[in-house]
Design a binder for this molecule. Structure first.
Ligand code: SF4
Length: 379
């Protein structure tokens, strides 16, 4: 896949950003390319963001600029859920925002209020926050990801952020860190001597036609799986996320082909868990999808409003889609080595398809955490 390079780099003129290893890595990675680099104060950058928001295709145009700045808020966030669905008690490090890839369904289009690609370079503040918060409760089973407000690896060839985070967590095996991606970037994991025992590499999976028509500028499913197989070869474990599962043409056939491809490249024992989540969206996102991707049909279907106020498929349809994916996986995972769970589903859905339901978010988070830890200990 084609790696992202910005046309312009804007750097906050603040010592914590200017002198950061992240800024240095990015500048060194773009050296020799025709990319303008400017240093500006906070007020000037705020004005530039406002101007970029007025552009006709601000979502697309804004990504041509990479803003290296400081995160003034909290880095560590809890993945937002709702009390009415079962969540997996996941935490996120907010190290960057926005994404150079273009999935039609991407929630970031409706969520972010800055169209630039953003990287937070004040990494010493990040480490200070992690040091003070992660150790506050010694019993907490933290699974922490970085791929919520961006793709974990989309800018890795520039910033090497994941590599730095891996180093930070290397002497803290009690925390599980997950890098989630739709890229095929593996250098961070294959270039090291010995896999880190608390690191998981995670790939989004989908039906091949969804990948082709709705996940623009991403790696193909096969490229992601080749990358996953390289990570396995380097000693890592993999997790897979079928999210969003979309009611698409020839769903069963296309999805069965994706599952077949998964097990062409990976063995069940290589995969710790697989999550399933059905397409859901807020009204603002539907408007953006219609405007930016007029050929996409994904918002033209029958939906109901969920407890989280998001539109989602009717229960019978979600159940049918999930059942089809689970049946395909079970054909290969005959010994049930892979933990399968739902993202944001009710206990009724769990009981109907998985014959069990966690009693709380913490219980599900604990199950996934224990699965990772036991597997890492056994290696
Ligand atoms: S890869 Fe993820 S973050 Fe990037 S556009 Fe697609 S859904 Fe959004």
């Amino acid at each position: 896949m084609i790696r992202y390079y910005p046309e312009k780099i804007i750097i906050l003129d603040d010592a914590r950003v200017r002198d950061s290893i992240i800024t240095k890595n990015i500048l060194s990675a773009v050296e020799g390319r025709n990319i303008s680099v400017s240093y500006f104060c906070e007020e000037k950058i705020a004005a530039m963001i406002q101007d970029a928001k007025k552009l006709e295709n601000s979502y697309g145009e804004g990504k041509k600029t990479l803003l290296i700045t400081a995160n003034r808020g909290e880095f560590l966030k809890k993945c937002p859920g709702t009390n009415d669905y079962i969540c997996c008690d996941y935490y996120i490090i907010d190290f960057a925002q926005n994404c150079p890839m273009e999935c039609t369904y991407c929630i970031l289009q409706a969520y972010l209020n800055n169209p630039f690609m953003v990287v937070y370079a004040n990494i010493e503040d990040l480490f200070a926050e992690l040091n003070s918060r992660l150790f506050a409760d010694p019993h907490k089973k933290y699974r922490i990801g970085t791929g919520e407000f961006t793709d974990s690896l989309a800018l890795e060839h520039l910033s090497e952020y994941s590599k730095i985070l891996m180093d930070y967590f290397s002497d803290k095996p009690q925390f599980i860190i997950e890098f989630k991606s739709k890229t095929d970037y593996v250098k961070t994991f294959t270039n090291r001597s010995g896999a880190r025992r608390n690191v998981i590499i995670s790939y989004s999976m989908n039906a091949a036609n969804v990948n082709r028509f709705e996940e623009l500028k991403t790696a193909t499913i096969e490229e992601r799986l080749i990358a996953a197989a390289e990570c396995v070869k380097a000693g890592y474990k993999i997790t897979l996320h079928f999210d969003p599962i979309i009611d698409y043409d020839d769903f069963e056939t296309e999805m069965a082909l994706t599952v077949e491809l998964i097990f062409k490249y990976l063995k069940p024992r290589d995969i710790l868990y697989i999550s399933l989540g059905a397409f859901r969206f807020i009204p603002a996102l539907a408007e953006i999808i219609a405007l930016r991707f007029p050929k996409s049909r994904i918002i033209y279907n029958e939906f109901i409003k969920g407890y989280d106020k998001k539109s989602r498929y009717f229960r019978f349809k979600r159940e049918k889609l999930f059942a089809s994916v689970i049946d395909s996986i079970k054909k290969y995972d005959t010994a049930s080595e892979i933990e399968i769970y739902f993202c944001m589903e009710s206990p009724e859905m769990w009981n109907a398809l998985l014959k069990k339901a966690p009693r709380s978010d913490e219980e599900l988070g604990g199950t996934l955490y224990d699965k990772c830890r036991n597997c890492f200990k056994a290696i």
